[in-house]
Write a protein that binds this ligand. Structure first.
Ligand code: EPS
Length: 387
């Protein structure tokens, strides 16, 4: 089973991703990870941290002579900023008094985190709940993407709204569009919306506010039948929703027309099935977003997510000091004004992990060549059905 765990604090020494379940024999280069890490660092509206960091992966295990060997792949990304935090984030007992953070931010994990873990310093919570952790998720996703590419499966994303500015839905991210999308400071193909999104971010900076938005992730090249219908935990739509919803600041996930389908009659909600010799079975619409009954149906998979505005405000909201129980302004930590473009990259990563896991579940886990052979056999069988 392909799975990963991440470790590391935002201002600790490093972030770590441990990815277990990668088959042996897959060619992996550290640049495959670094390229994705660099993409995550981009985006209009980011804060000062991205000027400090140049996220670079170091593969510590699981790869030998450029190929996976079947053991867990551990990857480390050092935090350059750690140099400025060695005292405040010391592993050993602190030398002298280190000021505690006691003003939890509304919308953040701060308050529930200290209550749950019986701690009196919000820093112990915010260091881990910081979206800095997503660099480690992107690392896991980068490895998953290396695997998916071997099977012609491509994950792309773009931003569809920031603040109140919505991109024209006629611009859909296609395979091969990634370079053009990444070249946009807000990662959209709609250049009119791009200018307005940047302007609304500038206004938010002025107001000392933050902005959320929406984005889409599309998966191209999936054969039908990834995921499963037989038990709840096999269903790929459920896995995708969980993976995307677990990204910091997400508040909504939909697949295909999602919430919109609730407002349509059945006769207008589903994708009729057609067949011809060259294409086999196909649909002329994709309202289901490429997933039916918990499985891919061969059409592009379409996922959309909604990100709330980042809760760290430079004009803070009201809160209560957990040491004195007196009203205070929430803590101001350096942060981003808008991180929707970066969040879309993170979503690509977590989605890639789910698709790689589903692929391995269906075609085997151990040897890359065996998996390739099983995949080829399956595709040939499907083509046979198509007559
Ligand atoms: C981030 C690193 C963080 C923040 C941001 C994302 O670094 P720092 O807290 O040192 O500025 O810039 O995290 C948040 C928005 C958050 O709420 O924690 C990163 O690497 O993406």
């Amino acid at each position: 089973m392909l799975r990963y765990i991440t470790a590391g604090e935002s201002h600790g020494r490093a972030l770590i991703a441990v990815v277990a379940g990668m088959p042996a024999g897959l060619t992996v280069h550290v640049e495959d990870v670094n390229r994705e890490l660099a993409r995550r660092q981009l985006g209009y509206g980011r804060g000062g941290r991205m000027k400090i960091e140049k996220d670079t992966a170091e593969i510590l295990s699981g790869v030998r002579f450029g190929k996976t060997i079947g053991s867990p792949v551990a990857v480390m990304i050092e935090n350059r900023d750690w140099q400025n935090w060695t005292g405040r984030m010391s592993v050993e007992e602190a030398e002298g008094e280190v000021e505690k953070v006691t003003q939890p931010r509304p919308g953040h994990a701060d308050l529930s985190g200290v209550l749950k873990t019986d701690q009196d310093d919000v820093r112990n919570i915010l260091e881990r709940t910081s979206a800095r952790e997503t660099a480690a998720r992107v690392t896991a996703g980068a490895l998953a993407k290396v695997l998916l590419k071997e099977f012609g499966i491509q994950v792309v994303s773009q931003v569809t709204a920031i603040g109140g500015v919505v991109a024209d839905t006629e611009f859909v991210a296609k395979p091969g569009d990634t370079e053009a999308i990444d070249a946009s400071p807000v990662r959209t193909l709609d250049h009119n919306a791009e200018a307005s999104m940047m302007a609304i971010i500038d206004e938010a900076v002025e107001r000392k506010d933050t902005l959320g938005g929406t984005f889409e992730v599309l998966v191209y090249g999936c054969p039908p039948g990834l995921g499963g219908y037989a038990t709840w935990e096999d269903r790929l739509d459920g896995k995708i929703a969980r993976a995307v919803m677990s990204i910091q600041a997400m508040k909504g996930v939909e697949i295909g027309e999602g919430f919109g389908l609730a407002f349509k009659p059945g006769s207008e909600a589903h994708d009729e099935i057609f067949y011809n010799e060259s294409r086999g079975y196909y649909r002329e619409t994709n309202r289901a977003g490429g997933l039916e009954g918990g499985m891919t149906n061969g059409e592009p998979v379409v996922i959309r997510a909604a990100m709330k505005p980042i809760p760290t405000l430079m004009q803070p909201l009201r809160s209560i000091d957990i040491a004195t129980k007196q009203p205070v302004e929430a803590v101001k930590e350096r942060s981003d004004v808008c991180a929707v473009p970066a969040a879309a990259i993170v979503a690509e990563a977590v989605v890639a992990v789910e698709f790689a896991a589903a692929l391995l579940e269906k075609f085997g886990n151990d040897a890359f060549d065996d998996i390739k052979a099983a995949f080829k056999h399956y595709i040939e069988r499907l083509q046979g059905w198509h007559g």
